[in-house]
Design a protein around this ligand. Structure first.
Ligand SMILES: [Zn+2]
Length: 70
């Protein structure tokens, strides 16, 4: 009887690129690689800075700081 572990149990979908990867070989959970973690962090920082998205037409977030208490 073969006691090989079920590889699929260790497969996760990368939160960055969406590819499946083996979490047992990743040092950048929940990402498949340092690159994906870096890319995601970069995106997150960009979002938090509120930079406008390019090439996405009219943004959903039209509510800026127009409403000020008087
Ligand atoms: Zn990835």
């Amino acid at each position: 009887m073969n006691a090989m572990p079920n590889k699929t149990n260790s497969m996760l979908r990368c939160a960055g690129c969406g590819e499946l990867f083996d979490r047992t070989i990743s040092s950048s959970m929940p990402f498949c690689s340092e690159k994906c973690r870096g890319d995601d962090l970069d995106n997150w920082l960009t979002e938090s800075y509120g930079l406008p998205h390019e090439g996405e037409g009219v943004p959903d977030r039209v509510q800026e700081d127009d409403e000020e208490d008087e």
